[in-house]
Structures are given as structure tokens and as C-alpha cells.
Design a protein around this ligand. Structure first.
Ligand SMILES: [Zn+2]
Length: 301
């Protein structure tokens, strides 16, 4: 590695930092060597966190001349990697100020914070550190390469990429929804109830299913033949199970895929395909024309 911390000076945003790091490290491999990168960027040491109730920490001084990353003992590899990415984010983002002098302490909840209310400075720092960690562990150009190779979305692909990038399935589902060219959403289900929802807000319509309410009746989730760890087939469902379909408009196609997981968890992928004129025109094409158009699209992509 050759990137230096001074190469990143004056860059305040997670996106800016990650794109600079990638510019200096064009041959970044996957899984991203996050510990090596932290040490390269002047983190002195990655040590065990002794403070109960926290997931990670960063010891530093006010002008960030040094940094030690702390990670909770005994966590699995994917969590450890995400925490290191998060703390490295606090270290590199210049305007992040610790609560106590010279010390960041981050809880499990901090590591899941994805949005902050206006004026909530602390939450905003956590959001940015999480964004940095996601971007550096799953660099968008690397993800796009994977999507070009395998353009059809599926939970199998999410799980495969989670392994390849050494991130949790949930972290990968979040990045997948953001960067996959198809319009996708992922729903985390716990004990039959709708939990966290990840989707690209620009492309995926508003999801009407409410948090903490049971998964809507009619979902594939209620199939009786599902097995833990094995994704179901991808199947079309009535779109208004999950989204609002305005009256008088042609309904889009909404497909679902479900995978039950351990401890009462499940992951649902929703795939939304707009029914627009362009698509109707495409239906007149021959299979071969469609194949060609696809190829062109991916080559450009
Ligand atoms: Zn934090």
C-alpha cells in the first residue's frame, strides 16, 4: 500500500475519503485489508476494548497525531472489520470530535445508525463513520464489477458477496440495494415482524408495510416449505402487499425472495420492475435483440 494520511488531508466526507483512497490504491483487493489500511493510515495499534457495553473505540488526541482503535473482544470477523472501518472513519474525518477528551466510544446502536436528526451532531458523526466503513469495505466500483458479471439480483448473490467482501449479510444487503442497477429493497424480519428496511430511496417506491407489524399476508414468508439458510425461489407477488399502487395506473411487477435465518430472523428481497412504455416496447423485441441490448448496457455500464 502506498496511500499516505497526508494524501487525504482536507477531505471531510466519507465519500471523498474513500474515493481518494481508491485513487491511490487502484489495485485494492477484496476482501479489503482493513487492518492493514488502518495501520498504513497512522493507526498505531488495533487493541481489545475493555469497556463493557461498547462495540468499538478510538483513542486519539485533539489534533489526531496518533490513534489506537479498540474492538470488543470475541466478536466475529465481519463485525470486527466493520467496527475497525467505523473507528478509522472517526479518525480520518477531520471534524469528528469525541465526547470525552481524546476518546470515542461507540455502542452497538451507534454502529447501526444510518440517519440523524437535524442538529444531532453526535448521531451525524456515527452516520458518517458507518458510511465510511460501508464504502471502504464494499467499494462501489468493486460492487459494480460484480453486478456486471452477474446482473440478475438474488439473495444467493447477496450471501455470496457478503462472503467475498467479508461483511455481514445485512451490511451487504444495504449496499446491494444502494448500488445494484435494479430497483431493490431488503426487509429484515424478526419473529415474523417487519424490522429494518433498506432500499434505494431514489428508485424504489415507498414501502407501506409498517415497522414492528407482522409481515403482510400473502408474502412468500408464509410458505410452509421454507428451510433455514436456503433462499426460496424468486416469485411475483401482488405489488400492493408492499407498496402503494395508484388507481388507474398499470401495476409494476413486484417479486419476492425469502430466506429464513437463525434465531427467528429472515431476510426478504423485493424486486420492483416498472411497467413503462419503454418496457412495453421492449416486449416487441425478439429475445436476441433483448440479449444484445443487455450486453450493450453492461459494456457501457
Ligand atoms: Zn462511532
Amino acid at each position: 500500500m502506498s496511500v499516505m494520511r497526508m494524501d487525504l488531508a482536507d477531505t471531510g466526507s466519507p465519500e471523498g475519503l474513500v474515493s481518494l483512497i481508491l485513487k491511490h490504491e487502484p489495485n485494492f483487493r477484496v476482501p479489503v485489508p482493513i487492518e492493514e489500511l488502518a495501520l498504513q493510515l497512522e493507526i498505531e495499534e488495533i487493541a481489545e476494548l475493555e469497556t463493557e457495553g461498547f462495540e468499538g473505540g478510538l483513542i486519539t488526541d485533539s489534533n489526531r497525531s496518533c490513534g489506537i482503535i479498540l474492538v470488543k473482544r470475541g466478536v466475529n470477523q465481519t463485525r470486527r472489520r466493520f467496527t475497525i472501518g467505523h473507528e478509522l472513519g472517526h479518525f480520518l474525518i477531520a471534524n469528528h470530535v469525541p465526547d470525552e477528551d481524546g476518546r470515542f466510544l461507540c455502542s452497538r446502536q451507534d454502529l447501526q445508525t444510518l440517519s440523524a436528526k437535524e442538529g444531532d451532531r453526535r448521531a451525524k458523526m456515527e452516520v458518517e463513520a458507518n458510511r465510511f466503513s460501508s464504502l471502504i469495505l464494499m467499494p462501489p466500483p468493486k460492487l459494480r464489477e460484480c453486478f456486471r458479471k452477474q446482473p440478475s439480483p438474488s439473495l444467493e448473490h447477496v450471501f455470496q458477496l457478503a462472503e467475498e467482501f467479508q461483511v455481514s449479510k445485512e451490511a451487504m444487503a444495504r449496499a446491494y440495494a444502494d448500488y445494484h442497477p435494479e430497483s431493490l429493497a431488503f426487509i429484515i424480519v424478526k419473529d415474523g415482524k417487519v424490522g429494518r428496511i433498506y432500499h434505494n430511496r431514489k428508485r424504489f417506491p415507498f414501502i407501506t408495510a409498517s415497522r414492528s407489524k407482522p409481515v403482510p399476508q400473502g408474502s412468500l414468508f408464509y410458505r410452509t416449505n421454507l428451510r433455514v439458510g436456503t433462499p426460496s425461489e424468486i416469485n411475483e407477488r401482488l405489488p400492493d402487499l408492499w407498496i402503494d399502487v395508484p388507481r388507474g395506473q398499470r401495476a409494476p411487477t413486484l417479486s419476492e425472495q425469502v430466506c429464513l435465518q437463525k434465531n427467528g430472523y429472515a431476510l426478504i428481497m423485493l424486486w420492483h420492475e416498472e411497467c413503462d412504455e419503454e418496457q412495453e416496447e421492449r416486449e416487441d423485441m425478439t429475445a436476441r435483440d433483448r440479449w444484445r441490448a443487455q450486453q450493450e448496457k453492461y459494456q457501457k455500464g
